[in-house]
Ligand binder design. Structure first.
Ligand SMILES: CC(C)(COP(=O)(O)OP(=O)(O)OC[C@H]1O[C@@H](n2cnc3c(N)ncnc32)[C@H](O)[C@@H]1OP(=O)(O)O)[C@@H](O)C(=O)NCCC(=O)NCCS
Length: 176
């Protein structure tokens, strides 16, 4: 059980642990009969390291400074893009994910971005509805730019049923 946690930038020697967190967090999808998610590769080491060097890869840590969750921020079409957010099941439900989202939004704003994008599953309680409660709104299909259509094409190639996916955007206020 993790009662307290902190957030800091990831270290280079934590990238494999971060991949492990992503795979382990995805076990949640087993409960709702979405087993294809479990078969997907986690974020590549190269992408993790690129984000880490930019200061856009954070871990939440618990006891002994060990990572129990992470957030990976990249860009899509020039917009900040929350590429992955994962928290170990044994640490879930304690606000770790929410704190990581707040950190991502702060960093995006500090880098001059006005919005944060993400892509997630509709109808999964800890995906689109979770983000909607944290200020993200679904982008209507008709408003997809070329960059957003490319995100969907990539997801289709990776094996996601894209009709169950939704791109969401949060507008960053100056104070939030
Ligand atoms: C999404 C995720 C990062 C949330 O992390 P977390 O630290 O548990 O998040 P918080 O403690 O801030 O909030 C927990 C939320 O998840 C919801 N939740 C957690 N487990 C749930 C479950 N089994 N069923 C339904 N909702 C669940 C809670 O209702 C709560 O939402 P609310 O506060 O809006 O009601 C985590 O569940 C996870 O890693 N999931 C697997 C990977 C994933 O789907 N990532 C996001 C998609 S890109």
């Amino acid at each position: 059980m993790y009662h307290t946690f902190s957030i800091r930038l990831a270290r280079r020697d934590e990238l494999r642990a971060i991949q492990h967190i992503e795979n382990t967090a995805d076990l949640m999808f087993r409960r709702i009969a979405m087993p294809w998610v479990l078969a997907m590769q986690p974020a590549a080491l190269r992408a993790l390291e690129q984000a880490r060097r930019r200061g856009w890869l954070w871990v939440a840590t618990g006891a002994a400074n060990r990572a129990l969750g992470f957030a990976l921020l990249t860009t899509v079409g020039g917009e900040a893009y929350l590429h992955q957010l994962s928290v170990l099941p044994q640490a879930a439900g304690r606000g770790v994910g929410s704190a990581l989202i707040a950190t991502v939004c702060d960093a995006a704003r500090a880098a001059g971005h006005r919005t944060v994008l993400l892509s997630t599953y509709t109808g999964v309680p800890w995906n689109a509805p979770y983000y909607a409660r944290r200020g993200f709104a679904a982008i209507p299909l008709g408003d997809y730019t070329r960059a957003l259509r490319d995100v969907r094409a990539t997801e289709r190639r990776l094996g996601h049923p894209v009709w169950r996916r939704v791109l969401m955007r949060r507008t960053l206020r100056d104070d939030a």
